[in-house]
Design a protein around this ligand. Structure first.
Ligand code: HEM
Length: 338
């Protein structure tokens, strides 16, 4: 039997036209129906083809916000995602309607450490369904894992604060003067926080300028499983309450007393607010105050100030930088016993 072969040559131009036509048809099929402004969408991949490139998500969302407005939608694959890009909407979603958006995506394994520890401690000693027993080691390991996220966030915040102090040596000196006047040579205590508003404002400013989690872990709507997320822009202020002062004075009033603008939500807000907030604030305060009481931080000769762009991994990390550390007068030899 003879076999006939029909050579088909498709020109590159025709290929491009075919691909474009296919994309146009798919885009028309996958049109958004909610009426909310947002990115185009294709079946299966959603809006991902419009989100390629090296720009990290929080900056990308801010860029889209300029085009689509403070509230817009995109599709991460099949998942409808509403991006809340300003403070006033963020407060509505997290606080006023917090319960409506209190779900978490199933792949986010975060649980309240208190519930987790309670469950583990209750089950300790008695064999589980598969015969294994929860030992002290299990409890310790699990607790360490649950608190791991807390360690990374807190230590990274301190690295950011230090990076900013290297850019603003006058802020470091002012914080040290406050420590000398209010605490002196004894060890700083948790109870001193109220007496050190300037130091506290530096910590707040560090969390505002470089939130370690610049895109909020998504919240899932209880009604239709849409997810809601928020880049860090709300910490930059809002139309109703602009954050206009400079490092770190926006957290102080004219008398130097602490103020917290309501546009500042570094730990989120509402039912899903960070459960580690008090612990994190206390750790940051005790670490930074004890360090600045004893040491001065400066740029080593010839070193350039730290890059403040950062790199987004699990958290937004500063790029490695060099810092010189000098003990303050009276702290050269560790003779202080507290
Ligand atoms: C500077 C330090 C920290 C910052 C900036 C921070 C920030 C945040 C933010 C923004 C959220 C999400 C809130 C939301 O979705 O509305 C969160 C959630 C959470 N954080 Fe933190 N956090 C810090 C430290 C800690 C520490 C020390 C712990 C534990 C000891 C912790 C445990 C958690 C947990 C378990 C959640 C999930 C809460 C939930 O899903 O209901 N965080 N944190």
């Amino acid at each position: 039997m003879a076999t006939y072969v029909f050579p088909v040559t498709v020109s590159p131009l025709l290929t491009v036209l075919l691909v474009l036509a296919a994309l146009a048809i798919l885009a028309a099929l996958g049109q958004r129906s909610s009426g909310m402004p947002g990115l185009p969408r294709l079946p299966v991949v959603g809006s991902l083809p419009w989100m390629t490139g090296t720009t990290p998500p929080h900056l990308l969302f801010m860029k889209f916000g300029r085009k689509y407005g403070p509230l817009f939608e995109l599709y991460l694959g099949p998942h409808r995602t509403v991006v809340v890009n300003d403070h006033d909407h963020a407060r509505e979603v997290l606080l006023q309607r917090g319960r409506d958006f209190a779900g978490r995506p199933s792949m986010v394994m975060l649980r309240d450490p208190r519930d987790l520890l309670d469950a583990l401690l209750k089950g300790q000693g008695s064999p589980g369904p598969d015969g294994t027993v929860i030992t002290d080691d299990h409890v310790l390991m699990t607790a360490a894992e649950a608190f791991g996220a807390g360690v990374e966030t807190t230590s990274t915040t301190l690295l950011w604060v230090l990076a900013y102090l290297l850019h603003h040596p006058e802020v470091e000196e002012k914080a040290q003067r406050e420590l000398d006047e209010e605490v002196g040579e004894r060890a700083v205590r948790a109870a001193d926080r109220g007496r050190l508003p300037y130091l506290d404002s530096i910590i707040n400013e560090g969390m505002r300028i470089r939130p370690v989690s610049p895109v909020l872990i998504p919240h899932i709507a209880m009604s239709d499983s849409s997810q809601v997320t928020r880049p860090s822009t709300p910490n930059r202020g809002s139309k109703s309450e602009p954050c206009h002062k400079t490092f770190p004075d926006r957290f102080l009033d004219d008398q130097g007393q602490r103020v917290t603008p309501s546009c500042f939500l570094p730990f989120g807000a509402g039912p899903r607010i960070c459960v580690g907030e008090s612990l994190a604030r206390m750790e940051l305060f005790l670490f930074l105050s004890s360090m600045l009481q004893r040491m001065s931080f400066m740029l080593p000769g010839g070193a350039t100030p730290p890059n403040l762009q950062g790199r987004l991994g699990v958290v937004l990390q500063p790029l490695p930088y060099k810092v010189a550390v000098r003990p303050r007068a009276g702290w050269e030899v560790s003779t202080h016993v507290n």
